[in-house]
Design a protein around this ligand. Structure first.
Ligand SMILES: *Cc1c(COP(=O)(O)O)cnc(C)c1O
Length: 375
């Protein structure tokens, strides 16, 4: 599902060439994000994706004196991540075209998402995961009934194996970027945000791995711009882990070097970002920024969101908040900033366990805590 001509120039170890985007044609009077999608409603699966809450987190606004800071919690989607927006449209597209099987490679969330949304849509799901995927994400996918295959090496390997599988055995491939419905589905987050704020934000922060959510965010704002409802595209801050920063490095050097990724934020751990080319193009065209944050900064941001707001998000999501904290000094504190929290913290409790102290001692009587061992 790439442009046949452009993708013929693809070289191994490089981002996909010829990633396709859907174009909005004509005019539209509706405000409903679901009316911006290129598949008729009758094919939508009956699973409530999107419409996620926008938080205005009192404690953080005060602490940092940013009165217009918002958190959009996409971790409350049915399978716990923003990936449901893409899976929803992919499932609708498959039903529209009478396709019964979807094949997908994933670091974890896209797979568990496709498995869950696919279950609601009555589709078979074949999922390729790296063997290092967080157990919760794999168990989730198996619960939904997906057929799971583990790749020995990493996500990049799972990605190529899944493409080979769908090309030889059939089934629609949902791989991120490879399937244009992934970018298109993810755009609903911007459309929703615009309706919730009743205006465009000035800044949006998002954790970036393959760069598909990033392109989805831009696509949503571009649709609104095209319809004349938006004056300008917000500044999007693409936040990468310092151990998985292919897009950040390519912005500096112009090349994707294929360096091995390693970060606590598994959902944004990617050697070669499949949507890297479009990500660079969008960032350059709309004055986007790309910033890296360390694993320590990610875990500390995760902890702060949990303990100051009651919002427990997974590391890749918290990375976006770490990015906001890092960029804060160069922002105007009166501007509207939205941090996109893309996945739920319960998806990867092992990473979250790094930054807390789990009690070891058990007690039998309250005396043991009241007197704390002192006679
Ligand atoms: C997939 C994912 C991302 C990154 O999205 P890309 O399109 O790969 O850049 C960020 N956070 C979470 C929780 C994700 O699942």
């Amino acid at each position: 599902m790439l442009c046949p001509e452009c993708s013929s120039t693809h070289e191994p170890g490089q981002p996909l060439s010829g990633v396709l985007e859907v174009e909005l044609k004509g005019t539209l009077s509706s405000q409903d994000p679901m009316d911006f999608l290129p598949v008729e409603r009758q094919f939508f699966p009956t699973i409530p994706v999107g419409n996620t809450p926008l938080w205005h987190p009192g404690n953080l606004l005060e602490k940092y004196a940013f009165p217009e800071l918002y958190l959009k919690d996409d971790g409350v989607n049915p399978t716990g991540s923003l990936k449901d927006r893409a899976s929803f449209l992919v499932a609708a597209f498959a039903r529209r075209h009478g396709l019964g099987e979807v094949v997908v490679a994933s670091t974890g969330n896209a797979g568990s998402s496709m498995a869950g949304v696919g279950a609601a849509a009555g589709l078979k799901v074949k999922l390729f995961l790296p063997k290092t995927a967080p157990p919760a994400k794999m168990i989730q996918a198996l619960q939904y009934g997906a057929d799971v295959v583990l790749a020995e090496k990493n996500y990049d390997q799972a990605f190529s194996l899944s493409l080979e599988y769908s090309q030889t055995r059939g089934g629609m491939n949902r791989n991120t970027a490879y399937n244009p419905m992934t970018i298109e589905g993810k755009k609903t987050v911007s459309l929703e945000l615009f309706n919730q704020l009743k205006k465009s934000p000035d800044h949006v922060f998002v954790g970036v791995g393959d760069g598909v959510i990033l392109s989805g965010i831009y696509k949503g704002f571009r649709d609104l711009l095209q319809l004349g409802r938006l004056a300008k595209i917000p500044v999007v801050h693409a936040i990468q882990a310092s151990g998985s920063s292919a897009i950040y490095r390519a912005l500096e050097s112009g090349v994707f070097d294929g360096r091995s990724a390693k970060t606590v934020a598994d959902s944004i751990s990617v050697d070669v970002p499949s949507n890297g080319r479009l990500a660079l193009k969008n960032l350059k065209a709309y004055n986007g920024r790309c910033v890296t944050v360390t694993d320590e900064e990610i875990l500390s941001a995760q902890k702060e969101l949990s303990s100051a707001c009651g919002l427990f998000s997974e590391p890749a999501a918290a990375a976006a908040y770490a990015g906001f904290l890092k960029q804060k000094p160069i922002l105007d504190s009166s501007e509207t900033c939205v941090v996109l929290l893309t996945g739920n913290g319960l998806k990867d409790i092992n990473s979250a366990a790094n930054n807390i102290v789990i009690p070891e001692k058990t007690i039998n009587s309250l005396d043991e805590i009241f007197y704390n061992g002192i006679a």
